[in-house]
Design a protein around this ligand. Sequence first.
Ligand code: HEC
Length: 109
Amino acid sequence: MRKLTALLSVLTFSTAFVVAADVKENWSKHCASCHGKDGKGQTKAGKMADTRDLTDAAYQASFTDDEAFKQIKEGLKDKAGKERMKPFADKLSDDEIKALVALARTFKK
Ligand code: HEC
């Protein structure tokens, strides 16, 4: 029985690990082009889209997880209707988006 418990905890641990790796992969693949690997948004595309610094605590406090979720899923347009952040609804599942919001929160200093 003890062996089983140990096995289960190893399994749980490795699943958590795989999920974490996927999130980082998703971030590199879909988000880092604008937000940068470090979340600061100092990339060429990030500057063009006028991305803001996700390591800034005040900026992090200016949006809720729900707002971030909605924005990642549905995208963000400026007042003139120009796309600033494209919608990811067709590329990422709700769970993947939630994980990315959690990851974005970790950039905060
Ligand atoms: C085309 C560039 C671009 C890409 C790609 C991009 N973003 Fe953004 N992101 C932006 C811009 C622009 C903003 C808004 C900055 C502002 O608030 O003025 C933003 C804001 C955010 C915010 C702040 C939430 C909010 O409600 O303001 C989060 C979190 C975020 N992005 C996460 C992501 C994630 C996760 C991905 C990948 C799935 C991603 N972004 C991909 C440009 C981009």
